[in-house]
Design a protein around this ligand. Structure first.
Ligand code: AMP
Ligand code: MG
Length: 401
């Protein structure tokens, strides 16, 4: 089989993914990044009562029609009302209530005079400005009215949405459960951070990068681990994991080397191969399969290749599982501050930093085994398939990560 273009690979994966239907009720304070499982209707007006938008005097506009600096109108101040307190009496002809921001507007008053337009009087007050009816007046339901649909199902919650839900009075929210994911790194050369590094070994960085990225994307990493380049050991790990997750991600062992055993692992397990190889760099040898109904995305072990393909392949799968479009890969145009020669004809992904419509490629190697030059990067430049590289000053497509 000739290798696929990225879009075909993504489609082959997505056609095997169903959105998660199970929901759970969680504390609102834990809701950021979660996806709302039902429409939200307002149970009350917000604010529930007409309130003062400023510090001043609640009056009848009728009484102060003629007020000016030269000819002030004097009113009797009957009481003072602060935010959180309700005034006892009504505002009758010739009277005013001293009022603070957020306090309910007393009955009878139809406007608020700013305190700066008065003499700040306590027993009586001189009004220097005429104010029209319902000026400086914040209506009940200014924010939203009872019965309004405030949010639709499938919305990914951020702090603002959490604030709105809190204003409705609930401390809980019903969301879809998180996608469950397992991560396995493979390779005889790998040592977990925290242990002694023996000769010929390197630390396992993919495990840490993948687990934390998946968590940041809203997944629950229910199992993670490492196996050697051993078909049986790796197959056993996958056997123990399958059924517990929506998706399994592995890194390493997908090329054509003697030790690249993920192909045998899939065969040994009786899993189905969906595809092997995509016409992109980095990450060309990616292998995808399905085992007992669970998608298996086997990424290259090269740390940059693994990171890029986690964005390009795993992220769309998470987006579909979550049923929310917000995780979808988005391309934005940017002017490149650097050129980039291209060695092969396949489409190429280059680590870079995007800011204000411009994109900069960091110094250092862009090789798929090099991760350190990706430090601080926030995007990938997509160079389409073909012989041409990138010219300085060219407008390119950028995927924010
Ligand atoms: P592989 O895909 O297994 O052929 O590995 C490709 C390259 O990536 C090799 O140089 C590996 O040592 C390296 N590599 C594989 N897995 C990891 C990992 N988990 N962390 C860091 N480097 C890795
Ligand atoms: Mg290997």
């Amino acid at each position: 089989m000739s290798s696929l273009i990225l879009k075909q690979a993504q489609e082959l994966l997505l056609e095997r993914v169903e959105r998660i239907e199970e929901t759970e009720e969680i504390a609102l304070l834990d809701g950021v990044g979660r996806v709302l499982a039902k429409d939200v209707l307002a149970g009350h007006d917000q604010p529930p009562f007409p309130r003062s938008p400023l510090d001043g005097y609640a009056v009848r506009s009728e009484d102060i029609k003629q007020a000016s600096r030269e000819c002030p109108v004097r009113l009797t101040v009957t009481e003072e009302t602060d935010a959180g307190h309700v005034s006892k009496g009504k505002v009758k002809e010739g009277t005013a209530v001293r009022i603070m921001t957020g306090a309910p507007i007393p009955e009878g008053a139809d406007c608020i005079v700013r305190q700066e337009d008065t003499d700040y009087g306590e027993e009586t007050v001189e009004i220097y400005e005429a104010v029209k009816a319902f000026e400086n007046y914040c209506f009940a339901g200014e924010d939203y009215k009872a019965g309004t649909r405030i949010m639709k199902r499938n919305l990914r919650l951020g702090p603002v949405e959490i604030g709105i839900l809190a204003s409705l009075g609930s401390e809980k929210v019903r969301v879809y459960r998180k996608p469950r994911v397992a991560v396995l790194t493979t390779g005889d050369e790998l040592v977990l951070p925290g242990r002694e590094l023996e000769e010929g070994k390197i630390y396992d960085s993919n495990l840490y990068a993948a687990v934390t990225r998946l968590k940041a994307l809203g997944a629950e990493v229910v199992r993670y681990g490492h196996t050697r380049d051993d078909t049986k050991e790796t197959a056993e790990w996958l056997k123990e994991t399958v059924g517990k997750t929506d998706l399994i991600i592995t890194t390493g062992g997908v090329s054509v080397g003697k030790k690249d055993m993920m192909h045998q692992v899939l065969e040994y397990l009786g899993g189905e191969r969906i595809f092997w190889k995509i016409a992109i760099k980095p990450g060309m040898p990616t292998l995808c399969g399905q085992y007992k109904g669970t998608l298996l995305i086997c990424l290259s072990g090269n740390p940059f290749g693994a990171a890029v393909n986690l964005e390009l392949l795993v992220r769309p799968v998470l987006s579909k599982l979550l049923g929310s479009r917000e995780l979808d890969l988005k391309r934005i145009p940017a002017v490149s501050e650097n050129g980039f020669p291209k060695g092969s004809r396949v489409s190429r992904y280059v680590r870079a930093y995007y800011e204000d419509g411009r994109v900069r490629i960091p110094k250092g190697s862009n090789a798929s085994g090099v991760l350190s030059s990706m430090c601080g990067c926030n995007c990938l430049i997509e160079i389409p398939a073909g012989p041409e590289g990138l010219e300085r000053g060219e407008t390119v497509w950028v995927i924010l990560i």
